[in-house]
Design a protein around this ligand. Structure first.
Ligand code: MRU
Length: 343
């Protein structure tokens, strides 16, 4: 297995996802600023993976603190929190690190040890969680079927195994014959560059389609189900995921194809009621006017570049979590997953 993110000798190593599949390069990070920059520029991406990266960012920052612990910690925390706004896993991981900080801040040596331990625990737990998402979700995937996925909600988007791709992996491990269609996912091409790359590495049958082909493929009955990941799920089940997910969900409804969201409970944000409250990241216009370094529109072109969209809960057949699969009414089902506001 390739390392997606790794803590080694007080450094953080990440596979550079910006240049896959043509180059497989590992980047070393020595400071929390390096880690923050890699989250922002999408060296690492995907909700659970950026949660792990943020936790390791806190850890690397704390072990290098020189003077005023509280003041420096605040800067580290705020820098990491300002990297990407939509995926709630980032804030979830920061909150976990914050609890450790507050518990041990009076003894810097113990704090350094505990904060590194917590980041490593968050990393390891994520793989286990994804395996359980896979186990719970694979029962929904029929033998001899074709599954559409969008963006990359695979091993590369997590600490390993993946959420949406974890469901597919688990179905295959259960001896089901599955073909995958990966939507290209303009403008960052996570589907073409990352999902196809990681499925091919595992010898999983995958075909690539550009985003505008999906309706046609559905009309030809070439897609049996859809599984996508999530960046943030509101208390009523409305789901933020990669731009283009909403269009797929509408098409799925029209063609009566089940639309599943696979995500850990750490992606559910019960502090917000509906998807309207989810902040949508707007990214640099150059991601749209350039295609793999090649200019495709003039500099002065006005551009939309929202990185995510919201799929309303009524378009979602089920949400697959590590605890269980939940069905509408999502509001009630989601609150049943949280006891005392914690999953
Ligand atoms: O902009 P990205 O690549 O970070 O967006 C990733 C997605 O939208 C994924 O589908 C989501 O984070 C789930 S990853 C398990």
């Amino acid at each position: 297995m390739y390392p997606i993110i790794e803590w080694k000798n007080n450094k953080v190593y990440m596979l550079d996802q910006r240049i896959l599949p043509t180059e497989e390069t590992i980047i070393e990070h020595n400071t929390y600023q390096d880690v923050a920059e890699s989250i922002k520029t999408m060296v690492i991406r995907g909700a659970p993976a950026i949660g792990v990266a943020a936790a390791m960012g806190i850890a690397i920052g704390i072990i290098k603190v020189k003077n005023d612990l509280e003041k420096e910690y605040k800067t580290i925390y705020e820098t990491l929190a300002a990297t990407r706004p939509t995926a709630v896993n980032l804030f979830w991981a920061l909150k976990r690190m914050n609890l450790v900080f507050n518990k041990y801040k009076d003894n810097i040596e113990i704090l350094k040890k505990k904060i590194v331990e917590e980041a490593i625990i968050i990393d390891r737990e994520d793989v286990e969680i994804n395996k359980n998402i896979g186990k719970n979700g694979q029962v929904l995937i029929k033998n001899n079927s074709t599954v559409l996925t969008h963006c990359n909600a695979g091993a590369l988007a997590t600490a390993g195994y993946g959420t949406a791709l974890g469901v597919i992996r688990a179905a295959i491990e259960n001896n089901k014959k599955i073909s995958v269609i990966a939507g290209e996912t303009r403008p960052f091409l996570q589907g073409a560059r990352l999902t196809v790359w990681e499925l091919q590495k595992d010898n999983i049958d995958v075909a690539l389609a550009t985003d505008n082909m999906i309706g046609h493929l559905m009309s030809k009955r070439l897609i049996d189900s859809i599984v996508v990941g999530a960046d943030r799920i509101a208390g009523n089940g409305d789901t933020a995921n990669k731009i283009g997910t909403y269009s797929i969900a509408i098409l799925a409804k029209h063609h009566n194809i089940p639309f599943y969201v696979a995500a850990p409970t750490s992606t559910i944000d019960i502090s917000i009621k509906t998807g309207l409250e989810i902040p949508i990241e707007e990214r640099d216009k150059n991601e749209v006017i350039f295609f793999r370094g090649q200019r495709i529109a003039k500099e002065e072109t006005k551009v939309f570049n929202p990185a995510f969209d919201i799929t309303p809960n009524d378009l979602i057949t089920a949400i697959i979590t590590e605890k269980k699969v939940i069905y509408p009414n999502f509001k009630e089902e989601i609150s049943s997953l949280f006891v005392n506001n914690t999953p």
